[in-house]
Design a binder for this molecule. Structure first.
Ligand SMILES: Nc1nc2c(ncn2[C@@H]2O[C@H](COP(=O)(O)OP(=O)(O)OP(=O)(O)O)[C@@H](O)[C@H]2O)c(=O)[nH]1
Ligand SMILES: [Mg+2]
Length: 225
């Protein structure tokens, strides 16, 4: 994306998408970035073997945020140190499981523990998170599915909100993304003092740096303009 290279944004930060193999992370993220309303299940997502990332801009309160979404392959769960390193400096992310695959729910704690070590900012300094329960309908195991109550409890216990997919509509993933991004945006101090932003994992872009009002708030007078 040219906007990032050109500094054409107010704030930028890094977000993670984590969860077990095949729970739909790459599929959900790709559709989210394209603003799709539904999941096109005829398109097979490429199985991830190494971390990938995509970018998307969001407008909020007249400010432009550029988000780097890091898509981590489920196979990395076996190597928590790598997960921690991949999450370095991220402001948070979205944990994904498939509610038809109980193991993908049981492993959320492993993902979160490794991720929080790398993330920064948020209320406790370990990032800001949301939980997504996807249903890809492939490995549905009859009655042996994760209940909404259990998922909600995990989310509450870990200070995040739970979003569940019920059909092929993608609104639940969009909602999860907007919720977690709004929560992070609310942590941006006013005025946006750079060392406080740094602690939240938030970088300043050219649109903010050249804003005369912001410069006045930070430096007392417009400097260098
Ligand atoms: N029907 C349906 N299929 C889905 C959905 N999400 C993903 N899939 C399919 O499930 C398979 C796995 O999805 P991926 O998006 O590759 O899963 P992933 O979590 O990125 O997997 P790894 O990268 O291996 O960790 C793909 O064939 C997708 O097309 C969904 O919501 N509905
Ligand atoms: Mg993937």
């Amino acid at each position: 994306m040219d906007d990032l290279e050109a500094g054409n944004y107010h704030f930028a930060w890094k977000m993670m998408v984590l969860g077990d193999i095949g729970v739909g992370k790459t599929t959900l993220l790709r559709h989210h970035v394209q603003d799709d309303e539904a999941i096109d299940v005829s398109v097979e997502a490429e199985r991830g073997y190494c971390a990938d990332f995509v970018m998307k801009s969001y407008e909020r309160d007249g400010r432009k945020h550029v988000i780097h979404w890091w898509d981590i392959p489920g196979s990395d769960r076996g190597d928590p140190g790598t997960v921690t390193r991949l999450c370095a400096g991220a402001a948070g992310g979205i944990l994904v499981f498939d509610h038809d695959v109980p193991e993908s729910f049981q492993q959320l704690g492993t993902w979160l523990k490794a991720a929080r070590k790398g993330c920064i900012g948020g209320v406790h300094g370990h990032g800001t998170w949301a939980l997504v329960g996807n249903s890809i309908g492939v490995e549905a195991a009859g009655e042996d599915v994760v209940s909404q109550a259990d998922a909600q409890k995990f989310a509450e216990d870990n200070g995040m909100r739970y979003f569940e997919g019920t059909d092929s509509s993608l609104s639940f993933f969009h909602d999860a993304a907007f919720e977690v991004l709004s929560n992070i945006a609310e942590l941006i101090p006013q005025p946006p003092e750079p060392s406080l932003l740094f602690r939240q994992g938030i970088a300043v872009g050219g649109l903010l740096a050249s804003d005369v009002n912001v410069r006045q708030q930070l430096f007392g007078a417009p400097v260098g303009l």
